[in-house]
Design a protein around this ligand. Sequence first.
Ligand SMILES: [Fe+2]
Length: 187
Amino acid sequence: MSVVEEIFANLEARGAAIYGGEAVTQLQHALQCAVLAHMAGAPATLVTAALLHDYGHILTDDEDAAERGTDLQHEEIAARHLADWFPEDVTEPIRLHVTAKRYLCSVDPAYLDSLSPASATSLSVQGGPLGTEEISDFRRNPHWQAAVKLRHWDDTGKDPKMTTPALAAFRGMVTSALREEHEDAHG
Ligand SMILES: [Fe+2]
């Protein structure tokens, strides 16, 4: 089984059962974020990041951690796991997508008010809005703008009425986003 097949099998098997306090399953959420990224003209690496940004929840299978006041750092778990196969253009926006939320809460009060209840609950265990120095640090990362884009798709991709193609539609794009040394896993 190629790594992409393995990731997709995990997403299909476990993502369809996890809601994480939202109106859609993790699988629907992943697909909606990927569609939104694709419609916005994002490159394959960022569409892949959108599709897999919550893969840490699939790996840990603990959707209610935030409600218990625990931050599992799902973004770090996913980024570390995926870094074996994908470049930083994929893993950095994933690693930064929670910091991007904390960043947007600092610079845009309307954003804070727009968070879903589950996302507002997890904000406090994730550390709350960024402070001034943290904002500068965040903006020094070359992937910060991609992470902010991903964050907006993340917030929008929770629509129970939205229809998306099946996961298999993204196989080619995700495969093309693999690091070059994994070309044997392509196809
Ligand atoms: Fe998400």
